[in-house]
Design a protein around this ligand. Sequence first.
Ligand SMILES: [Zn+2]
Length: 100
Amino acid sequence: MNCWTSLALNRLIASESWTRSFTNVSSWFLRMGFHIPPFNSVYHLHLHVQGLPYQSKFRAAHYPYRPGNNTRSKGLTWFAEVSQTIDILEKGKRVGVLPV
Ligand SMILES: [Zn+2]
């Protein structure tokens, strides 16, 4: 893992921890994550923090969570939760749309 990835990883962990403590909301009702290019809506890195459950199916479809399994951190999707992103980066891999 290079120093930029390590720095990004530490900031991710800190931002997730800070947001969860600031909002004082159970993780069951909070989703934090990133759109994966080319499915990003704006062209800079931004973190989505959303309260659950979604009120519309359109909104839920816009931020699809796909869990991983024993060998993969996430499934096929254009949205990665922070914990999935951290797990993938810690393995030295890249976050992509395909299962990683
Ligand atoms: Zn986005």
